[in-house]
Ligand binder design. Structure first.
Ligand code: C2E
Ligand code: CA
Ligand code: CA
Ligand code: CA
Length: 278
């Protein structure tokens, strides 16, 4: 599994050197790829800082390309975000992840699932209905589906974003601000938005054990979030030392290679992992 992830990182890195014509070709193939079932979702665990229990899974899209192999999102998501293609892709991930979450829950795993929503998609009028449908079709309880939006999505059109976030919560979804700390969300905006969770960007988390300033930022973000009744996720936790530190700094939920890599759905829980039902 690790080999697959590493392979795809290499494939993407090599692809970056052969530039734009190639990326454009990929982009043109994307809508058909969605139709023809070439997209995959890998899932990465989010664990409780206190107990290590798996609370949820983040859905991360991949493209099983017929000739290029397994592609990571950086090979096709950025271009898709510049066109309407990202909308179809996101709705597909949403349906897939919601159905998978329902299947896990039916098997006794009390997990939630998180889906990434790009700024363009947040601004698309069809999102709220797509989310409502994903929740009702799969009978998900309120708060089981989380949508991860980036700060840039909020800055683009703060009023529009506030309306959409409120509608998403009304539909039963949780809202998380992804890569928090890298953008410029004002404190006022944070207070006014209907947000459940902040995900502190990996750059702060990775640096925290070495750099007191980064550790101080993490602690300040945690305090701020808790005062606003939001949960805090620390992403990009790669070793035990970092896990211990961000836990001590107050993060509620941890995510990163130290706990698990993104893997296909069937590899998330070992067969023996199914908890006994009372
Ligand atoms: P993200 O939302 O910040 O997702 C976390 C990324 O960090 C994932 O990369 C994950 O594999 C990686 N990661 C997790 N733990 C660690 C760690 O401990 N160390 C390091 N170095 N990296 C870690 P991935 O899967 O390549 O996704 C990259 C980005 O692509 C995501 O960043 C997200 O912005 C975007 N993306 C992925 N799936 C989707 C999707 O379905 N829709 C949209 N719109 N964007 C997506
Ligand atoms: Ca994310
Ligand atoms: Ca992130
Ligand atoms: Ca990121």
């Amino acid at each position: 599994v690790h080999a697959v992830e590493d392979q795809h990182r290499v494939a993407v890195a090599e692809g970056a050197a052969t530039v734009d014509a190639d990326a454009l070709r990929l982009h043109a193939e994307l809508p058909a790829a969605v139709q023809e079932g070439q997209l995959r979702v890998h899932y990465q665990r989010l664990v409780a800082a206190g107990t290590g229990r798996t609370l949820g899974l983040e859905a991360l899209v991949r493209w099983q390309h017929p000739t290029r192999g397994l592609l990571g999102p950086c090979a096709f998501v950025p271009l898709a975000e510049r066109s309407h293609a990202i909308v179809g892709l996101t709705h597909w991930v949403l349906r897939t992840a919601a159905a998978q979450c329902a299947a896990w829950r039916a098997a006794g795993h009390e997990v939630s699932v998180a889906v990434n929503v790009s700024p363009v998609v947040l601004g698309d009028p069809s999102l709220v209905n797509a989310v409502r449908r994903a929740i009702t079709t799969n009978g998900l309880a309120p708060g089981v589906l989380t949508l991860e939006v980036t700060e840039s999505a909020l800055l683009l059109d703060p009023e529009g974003a506030a309306t959409v976030l409120a509608a998403l919560r009304e539909a039963g979804a949780r809202v998380s601000i992804d890569d928090f700390g890298t953008g410029y969300t004002s404190l006022t905006m944070l207070r006014q938005l209907a947000v459940d969770e902040l995900k502190i960007d990996r750059s702060f988390v990775v640096a925290a054990p070495q750099a007191p300033a980064d550790a101080a930022i993490v602690r300040a973000l945690v305090d701020l979030a808790h005062r606003l009744s939001m949960h805090v996720v620390a992403e990009g936790v790669e070793d035990a030392r970092t896990a211990d530190l961000v836990r001590d700094l107050g993060a509620d939920v941890l995510q990163g290679y130290h706990f698990a890599r993104p893997v296909p759905a069937e590899e998330v829980f070992a067969p023996a992992d199914v908890p006994a039902r009372p």
